[in-house]
Design a protein around this ligand. Structure first.
Ligand code: 9UX
Length: 68
Protein backbone atom coordinates (compact mmCIF):
# COMPACT_ATOMS: atom_id res chain seq x y z
CA UNK A 1 0.00 0.00 0.00
CA UNK A 2 1.36 3.39 -0.96
CA UNK A 3 1.39 6.23 1.46
CA UNK A 4 1.25 9.95 0.79
CA UNK A 5 3.00 12.46 3.01
CA UNK A 6 3.33 16.23 2.77
CA UNK A 7 6.53 17.99 3.87
CA UNK A 8 7.47 21.64 4.09
CA UNK A 9 10.62 22.83 2.33
CA UNK A 10 12.05 26.29 2.87
CA UNK A 11 14.16 28.26 0.41
CA UNK A 12 12.41 27.48 -2.86
CA UNK A 13 11.79 30.68 -4.81
CA UNK A 14 11.43 29.71 -8.46
CA UNK A 15 10.49 26.99 -10.87
CA UNK A 16 14.04 25.72 -11.08
CA UNK A 17 14.08 25.23 -7.34
CA UNK A 18 10.89 23.20 -7.65
CA UNK A 19 12.35 21.06 -10.42
CA UNK A 20 15.51 20.37 -8.42
CA UNK A 21 13.62 19.24 -5.35
CA UNK A 22 11.22 17.11 -7.40
CA UNK A 23 14.11 15.44 -9.21
CA UNK A 24 16.01 14.54 -6.06
CA UNK A 25 12.97 13.22 -4.21
CA UNK A 26 11.88 11.34 -7.31
CA UNK A 27 15.12 9.37 -7.19
CA UNK A 28 14.36 7.92 -3.76
CA UNK A 29 13.44 4.22 -3.72
CA UNK A 30 9.73 3.61 -3.76
CA UNK A 31 8.64 7.08 -4.78
CA UNK A 32 5.74 6.98 -7.23
CA UNK A 33 4.61 10.59 -7.37
CA UNK A 34 6.04 13.95 -6.34
CA UNK A 35 4.13 17.22 -6.28
CA UNK A 36 6.10 20.34 -5.33
CA UNK A 37 4.05 23.48 -4.80
CA UNK A 38 6.07 26.68 -4.87
CA UNK A 39 3.35 28.93 -3.44
CA UNK A 40 2.99 26.89 -0.26
CA UNK A 41 6.51 25.51 -0.03
CA UNK A 42 5.15 22.02 0.26
CA UNK A 43 6.21 18.72 -1.22
CA UNK A 44 3.69 15.91 -1.37
CA UNK A 45 5.19 12.50 -1.96
CA UNK A 46 3.49 9.21 -2.66
CA UNK A 47 5.73 6.23 -1.99
CA UNK A 48 5.37 2.47 -2.09
CA UNK A 49 7.81 2.15 0.79
CA UNK A 50 7.68 4.23 3.96
CA UNK A 51 9.57 7.49 3.61
CA UNK A 52 11.33 8.41 6.81
CA UNK A 53 12.38 11.97 7.48
CA UNK A 54 16.08 11.18 7.02
CA UNK A 55 15.67 10.04 3.41
CA UNK A 56 13.52 13.01 2.46
CA UNK A 57 15.83 15.42 4.25
CA UNK A 58 18.87 14.01 2.45
CA UNK A 59 17.20 14.53 -0.92
CA UNK A 60 16.08 18.06 -0.09
CA UNK A 61 19.56 18.93 1.19
CA UNK A 62 21.12 17.48 -1.96
CA UNK A 63 18.92 19.80 -4.01
CA UNK A 64 20.13 22.74 -1.94
CA UNK A 65 17.11 23.44 0.25
CA UNK A 66 16.01 22.87 3.81
CA UNK A 67 13.38 20.45 5.11
CA UNK A 68 11.36 22.29 7.75
MO1 9UX B 1 17.41 30.29 -9.04
MO2 9UX B 1 15.34 28.94 -7.65
O1 9UX B 1 19.00 30.41 -8.12
O2 9UX B 1 16.62 29.02 -6.34
S1 9UX B 1 16.95 28.00 -8.87
S2 9UX B 1 15.76 31.09 -7.58
Amino acid sequence: MSETTTWTVTGMTCGHCVASVAEEIGELDGVEQVDVVLATGTVTVTSATPLDRERVEAAVTEAGYVLA
